[in-house]
Design a protein around this ligand. Structure first.
Ligand SMILES: [Zn+2]
Ligand SMILES: [Zn+2]
Length: 398
């Protein structure tokens, strides 16, 4: 009987937190609604593009609009998935090439198709270190022959957003935002002696094109990236890297701790620990592999343009911890990473997080609660001043 009352009390306590705010909070970090679109830098603003990635604001606020965008067909270049072609400054192959585009998986924003066989398009240039045109993630307008283009239907059950601003993956399933995982996108080392602009993850609209999961291994460093799915020639979405211990077990140390910030060489690293909804990279890879709608899943990458901001949670947003010696704070009372005897965890609020006894708690790497206020405020301050993902668009090679 006592257990029944406890369960009833718990239900009553949980009801107020089961609304919009709690769901929001499970996103860990969410972008503040804004009107900034992926084609924000464009001089063209077509008003008749429905469900267009390039014309849809980079915001999770309107779930139906985001779902429409994630399931709309895309236009790609019909060449090998590992090959690239150029966009020209003029409808003429002797004009200056302005950007690179990858075959089969990278989408183009088609603005005008002219009678002379050329199309005016836009995209973020996919340049790698050895690409012909060294325009690293620059947003470009250019020309391509219309006969090279094809329109492709996409999967209608899943869609993935990678937001460079929040360093989160947002998984949409059957029309709804299903869950969120921490990621690391590319880091181009702006302050380093040897800048690597080709490390910045190229933004844009893509298909997860090659879905037989493999493993990327760097023999020099012993770094292993499991569950790799190709979406843009040499760019993959994969599990956060690991090294193999002497006893054969996997060691994610050094890579896992920087999830939620830029760290990779261009690939998208995704958390391997299961979050509060039971998702991790393994689960994402499985659902992509086992999809019944065989069309490729769309993956879009949102650029962290100046002016975009992250949501800072309300002070009364619930957080949880184990008062008997726990060192972490959690986003849910029943975090799967905590031993059962300590569950359910004890609630406190986001507003109390910087006060004793909570100020020393670290964020749980499994349920990935919102970072502390000062971390989020630093992201917002940086993006008031700059667009960190806009690398020097045409690199001198120095
Ligand atoms: Zn558009
Ligand atoms: Zn947790």
């Amino acid at each position: 009987m006592r257990r029944f009352i406890a369960a009833l009390l718990l239900t009553v306590v949980l009801i107020p937190s089961a609304g919009f705010a709690a769901d929001d909070f499970l996103l860990g970090v969410a972008p503040e609604p804004s009107e900034i679109t992926p084609a924000y830098r464009s001089e063209f603003h077509p008003d008749d593009h429905e469900n267009c990635y390039w014309c849809t604001p980079m915001s999770l606020e309107d779930e139906a609009a985001v779902w429409g965008m994630l399931t709309a067909p895309i236009t790609v270049v019909d060449i090998d998935m590992n090959k690239q072609t150029v966009l020209y400054s003029q409808p003429d192959e002797s004009s200056e090439p302005v950007g690179m585009v990858t075959g089969q998986s990278q989408a183009l924003h088609v603005l005008t198709q002219f009678d002379d066989g050329w199309s005016l398009v836009e995209t973020y240039s996919t340049s790698f270190h050895d690409s012909k045109v060294k325009n690293f993630n620059g947003f470009v307008s250019g020309y391509i022959q219309t006969k090279k283009l094809k329109t492709v239907q996409v999967n209608r059950n899943y869609g993935i957003i990678i937001d460079k601003l929040t360093q989160r993956l947002y998984l949409f399933k059957d029309g709804h935002l299903e869950t969120s995982l921490a990621v690391s996108t590319g880091k181009y080392n702006p302050a380093a002696k040897k800048q690597q602009p080709y490390n910045e993850t190229r933004s844009g609209e893509f298909l997860v094109i090659y879905t037989k999961t493999g493993q990327l291994t760097d023999a020099d460093s012993g770094m292993i990236c499991r569950l790799a799915l190709k979406f843009n020639a040499a760019d993959y979405i994969h599990e956060v890297p690991c090294r193999i211990n002497a006893d054969g077990t996997r060691n994610y140390r050094g890579f896992e701790g920087v999830l939620g910030s830029r760290a990779s060489h261009g690939c998208i690293r995704v958390q391997q620990r299961k979050n509060a909804n039971g998702y991790n990279m393994d689960a994402v890879a499985k659902l992509i592999k086992n999809r019944t709608d065989k069309n490729c899943v769309k993956l879009v990458i949102w650029e962290d343009y100046q002016g975009r901001q992250v949501v800072i949670p309300d002070d009364d947003t619930p957080l949880y911890y184990n008062p008997n010696g726990g060192s972490m704070y959690h986003s849910v009372a029943n975090c799967p990473a905590v031993r059962k005897k300590f569950l359910p965890l004890t609630a406190f609020t986001y507003g109390e997080l910087d006060e004793a006894p909570y100020s020393k708690l670290t964020a749980c790497p499994d349920c990935q609660p919102s970072p502390r206020r000062d971390v989020l405020e630093a992201i917002n301050a940086e993006h008031l001043e700059a667009s960190p993902g806009e690398v020097m668009s045409v690199w001198s090679g120095k």
